[in-house]
Design a protein around this ligand. Structure first.
Ligand code: TRP
Length: 360
């Protein structure tokens, strides 16, 4: 069976380091592994509209930002098909049919929906579209016959719900849809990178993000003012690693080779951690090192971003071509779905025959 990847992001802002270590970096590795027959990367603008209906302009602008972020991390349009969700009407149609296979109570139990509703204070005023976005996400995944969905762990309930829909569809109408598997990040620290302030998650509204498009100077300032161990007051004090954001970022981004280059008195991160815990290692020194590590990752990204920023019409063409390819695939799946559900009246001669038999 072909190995096919589908994943994507909502275009509600520029992408940040949390997106990078949590999924973009992995996507590029998967892309370059040569192990996948097809890779679809979707800018989920229709999903972004489910809770931004009053601000379509925000979604509209950020499509280009996200496309630039994709290209700048090294997603290669020759290998990965980049496309825009709302330009594929087949996804909406699949969503409509799948909606009949899902109950309201099942959606209410979806932990991601539940916590997003609480976080955004939606309560009784949840838009129906927002409430049902797990169904639309199942359409995204199945339309491309995805076998593999690389996402952060926050998306696990979505995958679970998608798999239920696939199972229900296939047992009701026949084996048509491909059962997808989730692919989680393999590094614990990458699972959910905290914000620079130590809060659980990088989030635009909290102002605690390091963006892929930040300048070198912006990143330096953000790193130097990062949250560490609040009880580590003097250099000689023993320091804590748990909840220490600087070390979490190092866990996510640091390679041994960076020590040889920037901090040769330590062989690896374990030695640095041990010294910090013992006492005698100051935060500023660790932060300066982290800044170098950040720059190792971000400098090439920044450079590629500048390249594409001066070629926006090429970016547009990449998205358009990718969207056309994606639509052809989604149209095939929709066709199979309609045939399986037997809602194919004009292309299936049996439909007329059945009626004629009845009136013979
Ligand atoms: N929900 C994802 C996010 O918020 C975006 C997304 C939409 C997605 N459809 C998808 C991810 C399908 C994986 C597969 O980031």
């Amino acid at each position: 069976m072909a190995k096919i990847i589908l994943t994507g992001d909502r275009p509600t802002g520029r992408l940040h380091l949390g997106h990078y270590v949590g999924s973009l970096k992995r996507r590029v590795e998967l892309q370059n592994s040569g192990e996948y027959d097809k890779i679809f990367i979707m800018i989920a603008d229709a999903q972004a509209l489910t809770d931004n209906a009053e601000h379509p302009e925000k979604v509209r602008q950020n499509i280009m930002e996200v496309a630039l972020d994709y290209l700048s991390v090294g997603l290669d349009p020759a290998k990965s098909n980049l496309f825009i969700q709302s330009m594929i009407p087949q996804l909406t149609e699949l969503t409509f049919y799948y909606a009949n296979l899902v109950t309201v109570s099942r959606l209410q139990r979806n932990p991601t929906v539940k916590s997003e509703i609480q976080m955004r204070g939606f309560n009784a005023s949840i838009p129906v579209g927002f409430f049902t976005y797990p169904i639309s996400q199942a359409a995204d995944i199945t339309a491309f016959n995805a076998t593999t969905v690389p996402v952060g762990e926050d998306q696990a309930p979505m995958l679970e719900q998608c798999r239920e829909i696939v199972h229900k569809f296939n047992t009701t109408y026949g084996e048509v849809l491909t059962m997808p598997d989730i692919l989680l990040p393999d590094n614990e620290a990458c699972m959910r990178l905290p914000g620079t302030d130590g809060k659980a998650k990088m989030s635009k509204s909290l102002g605690n993000c390091i963006y892929l498009s930040d300048s070198e100077e912006d990143v330096r300032k953000k790193v130097m003012s990062m949250f560490t161990d609040p009880d580590h007051l003097k250099v000689s004090d023993p320091g804590k690693l748990e909840g220490n954001t600087v070390f979490t970022y190092l866990d996510a981004c640091c390679l041994d080779e960076y020590f040889a280059e920037y901090l040769p008195e330590y062989a690896n991160l374990d030695e640095l951690k041990a010294h910090y815990q013992r006492g005698g290692l100051g935060d500023v020194k660790v932060k300066k090192f982290l800044n170098k590590v950040m720059n190792e990752h971000l400098a090439p990204i920044r450079e590629r971003r500048h390249y594409w920023e001066s070629r926006l019409s090429d970016v547009r063409d990449i998205l358009q071509t990718g969207t056309e390819t994606a639509e052809r695939t989604a149209a095939e799946t929709l066709n199979n779905v309609r045939n399986a559900m037997k809602i194919n009246y004009f292309t299936d001669p049996d439909w007329l025959k059945e009626a004629e038999e009845k009136y013979r």
